[in-house]
Design a protein. Structure first.
Length: 399
């Protein structure tokens, strides 16, 4: 434990000194061997779990709130009556381990626990008191032990956001995926921003263009002036930025065309955020023939008498949906590049695409699989519908 970030944490050291058996799993501190009484009146041993807060690679000893999670049956008093406080509330610690109850019991002063030691020992007393009434020899301190189960998540630092929300079982749907993003302009860079916060194993970035000032004003974050002076390749620039958080990001400083489309062969999903309109049908056909699902995004924004109007489109190209035409580019070469773009609409287009991707994977609930999502600037409507023709989209944009 000497090299663990927990080695210097005073609460962990004190708990171990008092012979608690602890483990760290799924970014939760787990207290093993906690005696309690089951609804049948039997003695049993459960586990307490609480998400750990990190600042970078340092453990924060403040607990933040008064709740804790319990792995086991409904905790009861010595007569088998449920204790006040525990409420059934499943909470995923890891994809394999789920807590069954959330326990809420504030300190006597009505505030929050000041540190992890106070929180753990308080809840151990609450649960084990009925158990000791039945058998005075039971103990929650069987001997100091520390087990730190490392995760294999593709991140530079710990994903404590998942631990706090209890989403480990859901986030497991991203494992094993290698996502390709074609185009790192305004929409593509926002897609990357969201994909980089998921558990996908790898992210492949494809763009042959350079990153200039106008790109910085349509991308997440704030570009450094020194970077802009160097005019880096977009794929390489964003790979460096997001590799600070997510591992397994690879930059390909090329435009994807019908000639080099085989560079997508290792991808399990593709976001098409830029491509020559004349190349798109062939690229999409290539992906469909290999059962690689894809989402195509684009914007058609115009100046309508001093105000901007138009459409955002997210077109799903999923293997089980049959052949679908590309509807984003309007059927004319390079129209996407000539369209007006603004950061908030780029971001919205990306969020709609990422939401569609997550529904496809089963992360979000969904009633029916849709062909495309259209956002109309003039009305603010977001509509899911079956795919329509290029002419239909053009007529609606002009309406």
């Amino acid at each position: 434990m000497s090299t663990s970030p927990f080695a210097a944490d005073p609460s962990i050291r004190r708990l171990l000194a008092e012979d608690y058996c602890l483990s760290f799993e799924g970014n939760h501190l787990v207290v093993e061997h906690v005696p309690y009484v089951t609804p049948s009146g039997d003695l049993a041993y459960g586990r307490l779990a609480l998400p750990v807060t990190f600042s970078g690679d340092a453990v924060q000893d403040g607990t933040g709130n008064h709740t804790i999670w319990f792995v086991g049956e409904q905790p009861c008093d010595e007569q088998g009556k449920p204790l006040p406080g525990p409420a059934a509330s499943p909470h995923a610690i890891t994809p394999e381990l789920t807590a069954n109850f959330m326990i809420s019991s504030k300190p006597k002063d009505g505030g929050v626990f000041l540190n992890t030691y106070d929180k753990v020992t308080s809840y151990v007393r609450v649960l084990s008191h009925p158990a000791r009434a039945l058998d005075p020899t039971v103990t929650a301190t069987p001997g100091a032990d520390w087990i730190e189960i490392p995760d294999d998540l593709p991140f530079v630092y710990r994903d404590t956001g998942t631990a706090r929300a209890g989403l480990a079982d859901l986030n497991a749907v991203f494992r094993g995926h290698r996502v390709g993003i074609i185009g790192l302009g305004g929409t593509g860079s926002y897609i990357l921003d969201q994909v980089a916060k998921t558990w996908v194993d790898a992210i492949e970035l494809f763009d042959g263009d350079v990153f200039d000032n106008h790109n910085a004003f349509r991308a997440p974050g704030a570009a450094d002036l020194d970077d802009l002076r160097l005019r880096p390749n977009k794929a390489e620039y964003f790979a460096r930025q997001y590799s600070r958080m997510h591992t397994g990001i690879t930059a390909h400083p090329v435009f994807i065309t019908a000639e080099n489309v085989d560079q997508l062969a290792t991808c399990t999903f593709v976001f098409m955020a830029a491509a020559d309109a004349r190349e798109k049908p062939e690229i999409l056909t290539w992906l469909r023939d290999r059962s690689i699902p894809a989402i195509e995004v684009g914007m058609g924004i115009q100046d309508e008498g001093g105000r901007l109007s138009g459409l955002l489109a997210v077109v799903n190209h999923f293997p089980d949906a049959g052949q679908t035409p590309t509807a984003v580019a309007g059927g004319r070469a390079d129209e996407y590049d000539r369209n007006i773009q603004v950061a908030d609409l780029n971001c919205l287009n990306a969020m709609l695409a990422v939401g569609s991707w997550k529904r496809y994977l089963g992360y979000y609930a969904s009633s029916d699989q849709v062909g495309e999502t259209i956002y109309k600037v003039f009305t603010g409507d977001i509509r899911n519908r079956e795919r329509e023709t290029v002419e239909d989209l053009g007529e609606e944009a002009a309406a």
